[in-house]
Design a protein around this ligand. Structure first.
Ligand code: ZN
Length: 523
């Protein structure tokens, strides 16, 4: 039995972040990148550096601070893009430039307004120029799946001669079916001269729900790199879900290679980090995971807690093809309470892998005490939420919730009063609303003098039980831009108010910096 490794190329920070409303701050991107390194991904696509100063800086910081994975930046085929990507990834120990240009007739004609000869020349020059920054160059013919095969072969051949080391075959519009995609990869593998010295990569979109199936069809036919994103994030219906790709390979390692059951596929992923990574990405992007989502959805493992009877434990194997432990779900084991003290709290944070400075630790500990007062048992999931809530905040906090009072009366409209602290003063306001959350939001609007549009609101329980910690996520918008805020509390109204203020703080911070909307790369 021989083993073959599948390279996991994560594009959560680039393609994933392009999902509408998912914009992440630089600190949040860094946080996700550190977790991706812990998860064991081989390549991190950290951004599209030319698109904005923030994208450039995020990519550069990931390259500088995240060790382990290859760090790559995306670039169109022009010099300016490649130079920006080259400079942004320069600090990384292992760096890659990923350059792309569309090769399908529809994209060349309507978007690029270029002939085949021009596109071919641009692709080759881009690869050559990228080679002056790093040896590791990836080329993508955008919309490959709707390109004409002879031209695709011609472009790929020329890019290999120019020095490309990875050839990515994107299904940019999520159009292809697994059988066709497998056939395409097989065709390229047998007909592109020199391709045996390169890595063939997949990049599939989920418009028809085929992203994972298509990627695996690619693997079955010779692709050895899969581009994917945590929780399947990405443009429109999203990208191939990293956790599904990894667990499919993990669960069926021998059955993914065509006509050869002696080859076992592996990845470098530490599957035990899947759950935490998925939660972190969901919390920071504000993209709630549907309960029936494969692998990471709340219902994915039906028997996760409270199963102690021997017979039931035996029965688990009859219904479960993977165990919750494999993806790092420990079940809801009680870990901490107020009595655990500072020592117990610090120890558990370390065991869970959180690297906090002394100040951050103290800040998180104070919040933990507040929550432990109301909620007797604090679970690992709660702890992660507390840390995320306390530490992953906007660098500049303009408004702080000092006091909240909400009165609900079945015969009258709910009323709320708030005290909001800023650097210089404390403002009070009171309002009524359709419901308690609405009343609280009206009072916050009044106290801050800001009135963004509320686009989306959701609440979830982090753990089970009546004292569960609730996490609220809100999306607000102003002047065409969306901002996400989160808040946690044992009280859902308070969590909702905290989330709303968090979103307003993010909005104010962006507006003060005068950040422009970013250019998107549709790959
Ligand atoms: Zn894409």
């Amino acid at each position: 039995m021989s083993e073959e490794k599948i390279i996991i190329f994560d594009t959560t920070l680039r393609d994933g972040e392009q999902a509408p409303g998912a914009s992440l701050s630089i600190t949040e991107k860094l946080e996700i990148a550190q977790q991706l390194a812990k998860l064991g991904v081989d390549v991190i696509e950290a951004g599209f550096p030319v698109s904005s100063p923030a994208q450039f800086e995020a990519t550069r910081l990931v390259a500088e601070q995240v060790t382990g994975p290859v760090i790559t930046g995306l670039a169109r085929t022009n010099q300016e893009d490649i130079e920006a990507a080259g400079k942004a990834v320069a600090p990384a120990k292992r760096k890659r430039i990923h350059t792309f240009i569309a090769t399908s007739p529809i994209h060349m004609k309507h978007k690029l307004k270029k002939t085949r000869t021009e596109v071919l020349k641009m692709a080759v020059e881009a690869v050559k120029y990228a080679k002056t920054f790093t040896d590791d160059v990836e080329f993508s013919p955008e919309d490959a799946c709707r390109s004409e095969l002879p031209f695709l072969i011609e472009v790929l051949t020329a890019c290999i001669e120019a020095g490309a080391t990875t050839l990515n075959i994107p299904d940019t519009v999520g159009y292809i079916l697994p059988y066709e995609y497998g056939k395409l990869i097989e065709n390229l593998k047998s007909n592109v001269p020199g391709i045996d010295k390169c890595i063939i990569s997949t990049h599939c979109h989920n418009d028809l729900g085929m992203a994972v199936a298509n990627s695996l069809a690619g693997v079955r036919n010779g692709a050895r790199q899969v581009e994917c994103a945590v929780n399947g994030m990405g443009e429109r219906a999203g990208n191939a879900a990293l956790e599904e790709i990894v667990m499919a390979i993990h669960t069926r390692p021998n059955f993914l290679i065509l006509d050869d059951y002696t080859i076992r596929l592996t990845t470098n992923i530490n599957t035990k980090e899947i759950h935490r990574t998925s939660q972190l990405v969901s919390q920071l992007t504000g993209f709630v995971i549907q309960p029936n989502k494969a692998v990471v959805g709340a219902n994915a493992f039906a028997h996760e807690a409270g199963v102690h009877v021997d017979g039931v434990l035996k029965a688990r194997a009859t219904y479960e093809i993977m165990t919750p432990e494999t993806i790092g779900l420990s079940g809801s084991t009680f870990v901490l309470g107020r009595h655990s003290g500072r020592h117990g709290f610090t120890d558990r944070c370390k065991q869970l892998g959180f690297k906090l400075t002394d100040t951050e630790l103290e800040q998180a500990y104070q919040r933990f005490l507040e929550i432990a007062d109301k909620k007797k048992e604090v679970f690992d999931e709660d702890l992660a939420a507390i840390i995320n809530d306390e530490i992953h905040v906007v660098a500049e906090i303009t408004y702080q919730l000092e006091h909240l009072r909400v009165v609900i009366d079945t015969d009258n409209t709910p009323t709320a009063s708030v005290k909001i602290k800023t650097k210089d003063e404390t403002t009070q306001a009171a309002a009524c609303g359709d419901g308690p959350v609405d009343a609280a939001y009206e009072a916050i609007k009044d106290a801050t003098g800001r009135s963004p549009k509320l686009e989306d609101y959701s609440i979830r329980a982090i753990t089970s039980g009546k004292e569960a910690l609730g996490e609220a996520t809100v999306k607000i918008s102003e002047k065409g831009r969306t901002y996400i805020g989160r808040g946690i509390s044992t009280d859902i109204i308070e969590a909702s108010a905290r989330a709303y203020i968090d979103a307003i703080n993010r909005m104010v911070s962006t507006q003060t910096k005068g950040e422009q909307p970013e250019l998107k790369a549709e790959l």
